[in-house]
Every structure is written in structure tokens, then in C-alpha cells.
Design a protein around this ligand. Structure first.
Ligand code: BG6
Length: 504
């Protein structure tokens, strides 16, 4: 393996993370799992790294009746002991809580007119507010409407921002409904729809890699690329989320958002400017160019599967998970072949796969180049020569690897595959949540999904999901063993095209 020089990239912060303007973070659903386990810990890590604005506070809002003191205790319990330390007391002083009733306009009105102003004055936040929806998705609409009704129109004051977690709707209709409610209350420039994959360091690096190096962009097209494989494989199952997952399945959970975003970043044209609107314009164009999936021949494009008990029975099957129906047909795995109808990608298939309880945890984008046109070594070397592959490793072991052929040292004429490897070696300083919070505070929407992005991906997937859900009975090939590479039919999807998946 060839690795880059130890000292070849500067310390993470030398590229200037700026400290955002003072602001208040108002979390709806503050007593829930997401706020306690992901969001507030990310805020705390920013605090410890001194990346939060100088004037800052958190106001937690939820239905649960408790006071700020009890809320701080709850958060402290959710924070790993080794992280609490002396810092925690100073951090806790920034946190406040108030119970609310989303259905009662007076309740939210009181928050806006009585609770917030003194906190804002004290922290000197100048009215900059980030409303963060960490509630169950089913109540997003209710909360946004309540915000709309409770005070002056949020859209009228550019200092208001709203952050929304995925899932953004469950199909095209519900996402459009939600977008309407949202854009009645706010302007698009105030809306931050999170896809935490976009905030992963190596996902951002896709753009840097493609457009800051002149080496690869000339090859980034149908003349040189045979196909692209995008994989997001997990070893975990559905954990405690059966209620959500039974409604979602892998296509809603991973494809509509993360997988399509990775695809768009890989396939898009170079934006003329590195700005949120230009980048999102190009991503939207890439999504627009995806050929709709032919529902009458869906099996040629899509394979779904569900994990069954592992071969040594140490891991239970999906249907045996607590909260999952014993005859559930919800897919926990999908492999999808995508065609992009434009000049750059004509005839280059993109194969996407994602699943739970697979053999290895890995997220990567593998660009497989075409084989050399003429095999002058065939007599001396024998057999086929592996074509070059460029792998953008999103996680774990974030980095980039180029698989090439080199001569095996020695007297005989032999080739061996070697990797040119760049690794961040764990030097990823901000987690995805920290990144999105900072960007939102700074008003940078680049890593957030725009209305058209959500709409386009649902337009493609909603009919597919509807067709799948309308099917009666499941073939045996639907099931795959927990801990395996996925269903055999997924391998067949590529074999039919004379290709194979990269091994997990
Ligand atoms: C979430 C999905 O959006 O992403 C989960 O809802 C999935 O089902 C998770 O496990 C994967 O994220 P990561 O960052 O662990 O790859």
C-alpha cells in the first residue's frame, strides 16, 4: 500500500472554521431520543471545541412536564461520563426548558413572547433564532403551523431559520404537503432540510476531489467509466426503531435521501461557483436526468431483501425483532440499477445497494474504469487484467483509493494489483451533526437539501415503492442471512450485465 506523507495535510482547523454570529437554538421535541442522544451532545462537543457563538443558548420545548433543572439532568445522564467534566457546568447554564402543548396556539405564543425575549437579551443573540424540529416526523406539520400562527410570520424575519430532520414525508404527496406547510411559514432561504450524509467529511470531499484536481474530471464520463457502484452497508439491524422502520423500509430510509444524494454528487456537472445555490442546481439537474424506473420490468432494476437469522443463529432475523410483524414484507436491503440520461453518463449504469445486517460496515463510491482497449500483455501475463477502480471511502477509514496494476518485482512478467491510498486516518474533526449545526448557524445551505431535491427523489421512488408494496407474496430469494453479502438475486442483477459487486 502506498500512503500519503504524514504531514501532507494541514491541521483540520487551519482552513478556517469561522465562529458564527450569536443565536438561540430552539429545539422542538427536546425530551426525545434524537435531541438527547445526538443533537445536544453535538452542541456540547462544539462548545468544548469553542466553536459555538459567544452569545448562545438552547431552549428545549416538548410536551413532557419538567423544569430546566430536570432537563439538564436528563441531558447529563445521556452524556458519556468521561465527557462531562468541568466544562459541563458552564454548558448546562446555557440550557433551558419549557413544556408546551403544540395543539394550543397560546402555549407557543407564550414561548415566543415571554420565554424567548429575556434569554435572547441575556445572550445578546440579536433575534437570530434556529428552530430545530426533533419531534417525531408525524408532527412536523403541526409544529410548523403552530409556529406560523403563534407570532409574526417567520418568513418576514430573515433571522429565523428552521431545521428539519429526515424523513421528509413518506412519499411524493406527503412530502409536497409538508413542503407547502413549510413554505407557507418560511422562505426556502430559511429552511435547512438535513441529510446527515451530506455533512460527512468524505462526502464533501467528493466535490473537492472532482473539481479541485484536473486529473480525474476529464475521465469522469462514459468514455472512460464502465460503471459506478455506490454502497452503504451496515452491520447493525434496526435497533429500537421497529415502529419507524416497519413504515419506512430501506428505500425510504436510505435511498430517497442518502443514496440519491451520493449519486447526485458523483454524477453532477461542475457548478460554476462553489455556492449553495449553484451546487444544488447541479445536483437537481443530475436527479432530473435519472431515467424513471419501468414499473412493468422492475425486477430488471431492483432487488429487495430482508435479513433472516444468521447461519449460526446468533443474530435474529428482521421478523423476529421486537415490534416487527411476524409476516412483515418490509425490505431491509435493496440494490438498484440507475441510468442517467445525459451526455456524460449515457450507457453507464450506476448500481446502488444498501442494507442492514450485512457482512461489513462500509459506505463507498467505487468508480470502475473501462479495461485497457488492447491487451498487449495477454500472452505473457495470461488471464484478464482488473480494470482500474477509484474508491471514495465515506466510512469507516475515510479516504480515497485508486486500484491500479503494477509489475510484480522479479524476473517473471507478472502483474499485481496495488492501491494508491489516501486516508484521513481518523482526522475527521467534526461529526456530521456538528457540521450541520455550524453551517446552519452560519447560514450556509450547501449541505442541506432543497425543495426540488426532495421532490425529485420522491418522484422517482414513490411509484417504485407503491408497486413493491402492492405485490402479493414474497419469493424465497427475498431473504438473506444476517451477516452475509445480501440476497443472491442482488449478485444476479450485476451478473446479467457481466459485472460483479465489490466484495463487502
Ligand atoms: C439514518 C437511517 O438516516 O442513517 C438509519 O435512518 C441508518 O437507518 C443511518 O442506520 C446510517 O447512518 P450512518 O451515519 O451510521 O451511516
Amino acid at each position: 500500500m502506498v500512503t500519503v506523507d504524514e504531514h501532507s495535510f494541514p491541521p483540520a482547523d487551519s482552513c478556517g472554521i469561522t465562529i458564527p454570529e450569536p443565536c438561540g437554538l430552539i429545539i422542538f421535541g427536546a425530551s426525545g431520543d434524537l435531541a438527547r442522544r445526538k443533537l445536544v451532545p453535538a452542541v456540547y462537543r462544539l462548545f468544548r471545541q469553542q466553536l459555538l457563538p459567544r452569545g448562545f443558548f438552547v431552549l428545549g420545548l416538548a410536551r413532557t412536564a419538567m423544569d430546566s433543572h430536570r432537563y439538564r439532568e436528563l441531558l447529563r445522564e445521556a452524556t458519556p461520563e468521561e465527557c462531562v467534566g468541568e466544562c459541563w457546568q458552564r454548558f448546562a447554564a446555557l440550557i433551558h426548558y419549557r413544556p408546551i402543548d403544540y395543539g394550543d396556539p397560546a402555549s407557543l405564543r407564550a414561548v415566543l413572547s415571554e420565554t424567548l425575549p429575556p434569554l435572547e437579551e441575556n445572550a445578546g443573540t440579536g433575534g437570530n433564532r434556529i428552530f430545530y424540529l426533533a419531534t417525531p416526523p408525524a408532527v412536523y406539520g403541526e409544529v410548523i403551523s403552530a409556529l406560523h400562527r403563534a407570532g409574526p410570520a417567520p418568513a418576514a424575519d430573515a433571522r429565523n431559520k428552521i431545521v428539519i430532520e429526515k424523513p421528509f414525508g413518506t412519499d411524493l404527496e406527503s412530502s409536497r404537503r409538508l413542503n407547502r406547510i413549510l413554505l407557507d411559514a418560511f422562505r426556502e432561504s430559511q429552511v435547512y432540510r438535513i441529510d446527515h450524509y451530506l455533512a460527512k467529511e468524505t462526502v464533501q470531499n467528493i466535490l473537492m476531489f472532482r473539481f479541485a484536481n484536473s486529473l480525474f474530471e476529464p475521465l469522469w464520463n462514459r468514455r472512460y467509466i464502465d460503471h459506478v457502484q455506490i454502497t452503504a452497508a451496515e452491520t447493525i439491524g434496526i435497533e429500537q426503531r421497529a415502529g419507524y422502520y416497519e413504515q419506512a423500509g430501506v428505500l425510504r430510509d436510505m435511498f430517497q435521501n442518502h443514496m440519491f444524494q451520493l449519486l447526485a454528487l458523483t454524477a453532477m456537472e461542475p457548478p460554476s461557483l462553489f455556492s449553495a445555490s449553484r451546487v444544488r442546481d447541479e445536483k437537481a439537474k443530475a436527479l432530473q436526468s435519472i431515467r424513471p424506473f419501468p414499473l412493468e420490468r422492475l425486477d430488471e432494476f431492483l432487488v429487495t431483501g430482508q435479513y433472516a437469522r444468521s447461519s449460526d443463529a446468533s443474530i435474529r432475523g428482521y421478523r423476529e425483532e421486537r415490534g416487527v410483524a411476524a409476516d412483515s414484507a418490509v425490505p431491509t436491503y435493496a440494490a438498484l440499477k440507475v441510468w442517467i440520461d445525459n451526455w456524460r453518463w449515457h450507457g453507464v449504469p450506476f448500481y446502488l445497494r444498501s442494507g442492514k445486517r450485512l457482512k461489513r460496515r462500509t459506505t463507498e463510491i467505487a468508480i470502475r474504469f473501462r479495461p485497457v482497449p488492447h491487451m498487449m500483455f495477454s500472452r505473457s501475463v495470461g488471464g484478464d487484467i482488473e480494470a482500474n477502480t477509484l474508491v471514495l471511502r465515506v466510512q469507516p477509514d475515510e479516504g480515497i483509493q485508486l486500484e491500479i496494476q503494477a509489475k510484480h518485482p522479479g524476473s517473471r512478467m507478472c502483474l499485481m494489483p496495488v492501491n494508491l491510498d489516501f486516508s484521513y486516518r481518523g482526522d475527521v474533526s467534526l461529526s456530521a451533526y456538528e457540521r450541520v449545526l455550524l453551517d446552519c448557524m452560519e447560514g450556509d445551505q450547501m449541505l442541506f437539501v432543497r425543495e426540488d431535491g426532495v421532490d425529485l427523489s420522491w418522484s422517482l421512488l414513490s411509484p417504485v415503492i407503491r408497486a413493491l408494496e402492492g405485490r402479493k407474496g414474497l419469493p424465497d430469494t427475498f431473504f438473506y442471512r444476517a451477516g452475509s453479502e445480501g440476497p443472491d438475486a442482488a449478485a444476479a442483477l450485476l451478473e446479467r450485465d457481466g459485472r460483479k459487486w465489490r466484495e463487502l
